[in-house]
Write a protein that binds this ligand. Structure first.
Ligand SMILES: Cc1ncc(COP(=O)(O)O)c(C=O)c1O
Length: 418
């Protein structure tokens, strides 16, 4: 039994929303890739900040000092979460999309005609359009790395073909939010750096499922979003310290020129940044390793290992079950020997049914599942799933094998009467 399975009742008891009843049946939350559920401690933390530590920063009074302390703490905690050496290399913002749009402007200032930018067809549009717009404004070329439609993975040959000495930046996801495929970020980083380019990684979909180590991955920039890992709507940007220092930020004149404030425009959502920090503490708390005050990173790594082991069992169960239902076409990696190459996010279509109808049927029966293209349009075009899209079931560590069985049974009966 994995460490997560062992403490599942306790884990679930921390998420009040999981007790919800829909039409007489307990709700099944398989909508996590669009935003996970939130444990009580995160909500308590946000409420406590708003009720008792609510002030703007850098004042000579108690509440302002407390917010300053909390923010310094949050930078440290997220450096631990992402494996970054310096808390100053972490910037917070409203969400991944806004951070990426803003940051793309700063990088694009360095681009010159003749340069090339690479995005990928596996990505959410939030790691595609910001670079497309920045490339257009800077007058540089933008190309998209292809996907292998057979297993919906990044086409590494396509990357090799497109990567030249003229390439300045490669923006790629670490995990597809639509079909769960992981990408070999370290290998990509090696290839990208070999031609003198930089690597910007979208880790939004990876963050709830695997530990992240920006140092080992050797990426230059990485973004994630706390509402995808049990926190509130807060975006997080990591950047290599030297680059974050030398790049010019689009910011107001009185805002600091120093890190990390230079990249954090406007007044921050301090309470929710504290809540995002509490979400990381929640993850660390899933490790049985005792908190000694200085081993947060170790506990995060241990907890994420348990999460990924447990979720791999769930996704195997889900994929096996879907394979046994006639008329289902599952996208992405389905080979059980390749589960380590995917996140527990599974998309499928039902023969002769629109994905919205399948999602409606599941929703009416208390199973929360998304339908559509998940803003991963180049991928769904490559897979030929437009305009109906796919049904997406996203497992999280708070889901149970019984919930997966119940979902599979619902799909089975639906298909049999379809
Ligand atoms: C893989 C991926 N990247 C980026 C985003 C955008 O994140 P945000 O909502 O924080 O802007 C999402 C949101 O669904 C996503 O799934």
């Amino acid at each position: 039994m994995t460490n997560i399975a062992h403490q599942l009742d306790f884990i679930r008891s921390q998420f009040p929303s999981l007790a919800r009843i829909i039409n007489g049946m307990p709700a099944v939350y398989l909508d996590g890739p669009a935003g996970t559920q939130v444990p009580q401690r995160v909500v308590d933390c946000i409420a406590n900040c708003m009720l008792h530590h609510n002030a703007n920063r850098s004042g000579r009074f108690a509440t302002s000092r407390e917010v300053d302390e909390q923010m310094s703490h949050s930078h440290r905690v997220f450096a631990d979460f992402l494996g970054a050496a310096s808390p100053d290399s972490i910037a917070f913002g409203p969400n991944m999309t806004s951070l990426t749009l803003q940051f793309s402007r700063a990088l694009a200032r360095e681009w010159k005609p003749g340069d090339r930018i690479l995005v990928s067809s596996l990505d959410h549009d939030a790691n595609f359009t910001p670079w497309m717009l920045a490339a257009r404004d800077a007058g540089v070329e933008l190309k998209a790395i292809g996907v292998r439609s057979s297993d919906a993975t990044l086409d590494m040959d396509s990357l090799n073909e497109l990567l030249t000495e003229r390439t300045r930046l490669v923006a790629v996801t670490a995990a597809s939010n639509a079909v769960g495929s992981l990408t070999p970020i370290r290998e990509i980083a090696n290839r990208v750096h070999a031609v003198g380019a930089e690597l910007f990684v979208d880790a939004v979909h990876l963050a709830p499922h695997r530990s992240i180590d920006v140092t080992a991955l050797d990426c230059d920039y990485l973004v994630c979003s706390a509402y995808k890992f049990f926190g509130p709507h807060i975006g997080v940007l990591y950047g290599r310290t030297e680059r974050m220092q030398e790049l010019a930020a689009y910011k107001l004149r009185p805002a600091p020129d120093s890190l990390p404030g230079k990249w954090m425009t406007g007044t921050q959502n301090h309470a929710c940044i504290a809540g995002a920090t509490a979400a990381v503490d929640y993850i660390a708390s899933l490790s049985p390793i005792a908190d000694n005050g200085s081993n947060r990173r170790l506990r995060i790594l241990d907890a994420m290992k348990s999460i990924s082991e447990y979720e791999t069992q769930l996704v195997e169960q889900l994929i096996r079950g879907l394979a046994g239902i006639p008329g289902i076409r599952t996208f992405g990696i389905t080979d059980r020997h390749r589960m380590s190459e995917r996140a527990p996010t599974v998309s499928f279509q039902v023969d002769g049914r629109k994905s919205v109808e399948v999602a409606q049927h599941l929703g009416d029966n208390g199973v929360f599942a998304w339908h559509g293209n998940y803003y991963a349009l180049p991928l769904t075009l490559a897979l030929g799933t437009e305009p109906d899209g796919m049904v997406r079931l996203g497992c999280m560590h708070y889901n149970t094998p019984e919930e997966i069985d119940r979902t599979l049974d619902l799909i089975k009966t639906y298909v049999s009467v379809a």
